[in-house]
Design a protein around this ligand. Structure first.
Ligand code: HAM
Length: 429
């Protein structure tokens, strides 16, 4: 038999790592609660057609796709947004807007494994549906900042752009959607030369190419100056001008909220997912050269899935990367929280008594591990010490006759005889 390892790109989480993951998930869940996002749980397996509809070539080509035994084309979700949009287009169709919906769990992409890049990815995902107002875009950005703060991360930088500016120009140049999508994919990968070659071959005006070359260079942290330059560059392209005005409004609301975010506007910023129609953003920390989260506005997806026309904006955070950033910045929480007790019977005749005492302690909220290997007392104590447990309860016949046990403080190396019903109190104090 071969030695089995995890499939490439997939990882095991041992107890300490799992505890960290769960604690970050808890923070994401708490942010959802504080912002009024209700949790939904959607399937990991969805129809390929749904997931592929607007994922974009890059994500589409990296999906885990297969036929189920009924011959249906299905895939492991590469993200949550398509599933949430499906739900809003169907089951939630007639519910009053806006919706605030939250999910947390695994998504799957056949990316090339490397630091911070895996094939099973844990995301926390937030979607705000039913508002086209800039305050909704601002909320999604601020919510992301709240999660970064809750995780103790410092020096977060938000990179912000607007798909409507680029698409607005392309639309007025009558560029087919398919070509627009291909150019946006190239821009997302920063392959600007290829993007310009494709544009030149598609017959757009020289003015359009000139403006795009300027836009790609236009970025910086003087955000209102950058957006004003953007506005003057795209003058004459009605939709693009509207889009840059919209970006200005979103940034102004964020600025006026006094949340003090570090923002950099990037006029040539594009994202791989194809459904975006408006503001897009990513959040980074300087310690890592990868995005900890990203999102944006997508106003047409729900209608595309057969629902009521519903403007929407959302974000997903990569929890694996957030943990990595917390490691780099040394702000990971201490995983061990509760006091732990080893219950060790002196003799196997007392196994039942040991379990009874263990249950009593657990009922009082104390973490207990019972000696199940039948080791001699010295060995069992040595093991409890090695695993950094706090106390040992030694269950012996003599003390039991008095309704008591020996309680050994493994840290202080001291012991005392304690009545059974008093152990929990002593351990906690
Ligand atoms: P995304 O930018 O594709 O957006 O993914 C969001 C985050 O997931 C990334 O910023 C990154 O932290 C993490 N991530 C993605 N791929 C990997 C990987 N291979 N390994 C580790 N982490 C990864 C979305 O998924 C959109 N659904 C966001 C959204 C919601 N837009 C609107 N609503």
């Amino acid at each position: 038999m071969s030695v089995f390892r995890t499939v490439r790109g997939m990882r095991d989480f041992l107890p300490q790592e799992a505890a960290i993951l769960r604690s970050v998930e808890e923070k994401a869940r708490r942010v959802a609660e504080l912002y009024g996002y209700g949790e939904i749980v959607t399937p990991i397996v969805e129809s390929y057609e749904l997931l592929a509809a607007k994922a974009g070539e890059e994500v589409k080509s990296r999906m885990f796709v297969f036929k189920d035994l009924g011959g249906r084309d299905v895939a492991l979700r590469p993200e949550f947004t398509a599933s949430v949009a499906r739900l809003v287009a169907t089951t939630l169709r007639n519910q009053p807007r806006p919706f605030r919906l939250f999910s947390v769990g695994s998504v799957y992409r056949y990316d090339e494994p490397q630091k911070g890049r895996h094939r099973e990815i844990r995301q926390s995902n937030y979607e705000l549906m039913g508002s086209e107002a800039p305050i909704a875009d601002a909320e999604i950005v601020l919510l992301t900042n709240s999660l970064m703060q809750a995780c103790g991360l410092r020096n977060c930088v938000f990179k912000v752009g607007h798909v409507g500016v680029l698409r607005g120009i392309f639309d007025e140049e009558n560029l087919e959607d398919k070509v627009q999508d291909a150019i946006m994919q190239l821009m997302d990968k920063k392959q600007y030369d290829d993007a310009f070659t494709m544009l030149e071959n598609s017959g757009v005006s020289a003015k359009c190419i000139k403006i795009l070359k300027e836009l790609v260079k236009l970025k910086g942290q003087e955000i209102f100056d950058v957006v004003k330059k953007m506005q003057s560059l795209v003058e004459g392209y009605g939709k693009a001008a509207e889009a840059s005005k919209n970006l200005f409004q979103i940034l102004r609301i964020i600025y006026e909220s006094a949340c003090d975010l570090d923002i950099s506007v990037d006029a040539g910023f594009a994202r791989g997912l194809e459904y975006y129609t408006g503001m897009i953003f990513e959040v980074n920390v300087p310690d890592l050269d990868i995005a900890l989260g990203g999102g944006g506005r997508y106003d047409k997806l729900i209608k595309l899935f057969g629902g009521e026309s519903t403007p929407a904006v959302g974000v997903a955070h990569g929890l694996d990367r957030i943990i990595l950033a917390m490691q780099e910045q040394k702000v990971l929480p201490d995983a061990k929280l509760e006091k732990s007790v080893a219950v060790i019977p002196v003799d196997e005749k007392l196994n039942g008594e040991a379990l009874k005492i263990a249950q009593l302690l657990r009922d009082a909220g104390v973490r207990v591990e019972v000696e199940v290997v039948g080791r001699k007392m010295a060995k069992a104590l040595e093991d409890a010490n090695r695993r950094a447990m706090d106390f040992a309860v030694i269950v012996g016949e003599r003390e039991l006759k008095e309704g008591a046990v020996v309680l050994r403080d493994l840290k202080k190396r001291a012991q005392q005889t304690v009545k059974v019903n008093a152990i929990a109190g002593v351990v906690r104090n």
